[in-house]
Design a binder for this molecule. Structure first.
Ligand code: HMG
Ligand code: MG
Length: 286
């Protein structure tokens, strides 16, 4: 059997948060229940953020309350502050995630805080979670490029990843938020981050906006990363451009890893079923 590479499913959160059309909670639950049969260990299903900022995630408590939880699967939710943390606990999320940026411009645009302020907000979340043994994942966005500040220095990514790891995040997911990464940029960034955070605690989160996500995954695999975030059906593209690439598609990542001889533990048929549901949710009947 090949070496294990884990695919962390983020479609119900990172994918669906971008949809302009209001997706009924029942449809989200049906998608997650299907994904629960696919063999994932972790599925990100919810986000307890301001509904004024991300209206699509407003039904997150109902989603977590309505899914049929499979044993061995952890259902995760994003929490930007203590308000979100309280809501995630009430909804019985199995793990939570805090999300920072390696660039100031995106940090301000996404969570209305500087990087330093965001770390201050996350500190009590990590403190509270530690007391109840709740796993906390950390995200760093804009790890190669920022839509506001341009290219991101690898050292800045390393610094923010290190802060999250030191605060107690069990894993830090490195996000190429706008899909501007290339294998070269990803490798430079990872070489810097690996100096500060063990590579076994890193994950790759590559958006496929420019069609380079799989190449970037290969670059990260070569440097020892063994966890990759992906969204079934490639959910997460621009709602005004049907067919536009969003998060890298889970089915593509799973097939690619399989071709390379890695073990993913995923059932490709179930993933294809979920991918069809995801595409139908977006209104594409392909
Ligand atoms: P703010 O406006 O500065 O917050 O937003 P505030 O504390 O001043 O509160 C304003 C209002 O929001 C108040 O309500 C609060 O109660 C409410 P009002 O008095 O006006 O009625 N509020 C909340 N409501 C629900 N849940 C909460 C919450 N917090 C405050 N948790 C804030 C700051 C962080 C809240 C806002 O900027 C926000 O929600 N941002 C989230 C943005 C987001 O979700 N982005 C997408 C996820 S990140 C991502 O996709 C990247 C990733 O995939 C990796 C990658 O690709 O790079 C992870
Ligand atoms: Mg993302």
């Amino acid at each position: 059997m090949g070496e294990l590479v884990e695919v962390y499913e983020v479609g119900p959160r990172d994918g669906l948060q971008n949809e302009k059309r209001e997706i009924p909670v029942a449809d989200k639950i049906a998608l997650i229940d299907c994904l629960s049969r696919a063999g994932f260990r972790r599925i990100e299903v919810a986000s307890f953020v301001s509904p004024k900022w991300v209206p699509q995630m407003a039904g997150s408590a109902q989603v977590l309350g309505g899914i049929t939880r499979a044993s061995g699967v952890r259902y995760a939710a994003l929490t930007p502050n203590m308000h979100g943390y309280g809501d995630a606990l009430a909804a019985k999320a199995d793990e939570i995630a805090v999300f920072a940026s390696a660039s100031e411009g995106f940090s301000k645009a996404n969570i209305n805080a500087s990087i330093a302020e965001s770390i201050e907000r996350f500190t009590p979340i990590l403190g509270a979670a530690r007391h109840i043994d709740l796993p906390v994942r950390g995200y760093v966005s804009c790890v190669t490029d920022c839509p506001y500040d341009g290219p991101t220095p690898p050292e800045k990514v390393a610094e923010v990843a290190d802060r999250l790891f030191a605060l107690g995040c069990y894993e830090v997911s490195l996000g190429d938020t706008i899909g501007q990464g290339t294998p070269d940029k990803v490798a430079h960034m990872l070489l810097a981050v690996r100096e500060r955070v063990p590579v076994t605690r890193l994950a790759g989160h590559f958006h496929d906006t420019n069609g380079r996500a799989i190449d970037n995954i290969d670059a990260a695999l070569a440097l020892g990363v063994r966890v990759f975030d992906a969204a079934v059906g490639g959910l997460g593209g621009c709602p005004y451009a049907p067919g536009a690439a969003g998060n890298v598609a889970t089915e593509d990542v799973a097939a690619h890893l399989q071709r390379l001889g890695y073990e993913t533990g995923l059932d490709i048929d179930v993933i294809e079923e979920a991918a069809q549901m995801a595409r139908a949710l977006r209104g594409w009947h392909v």
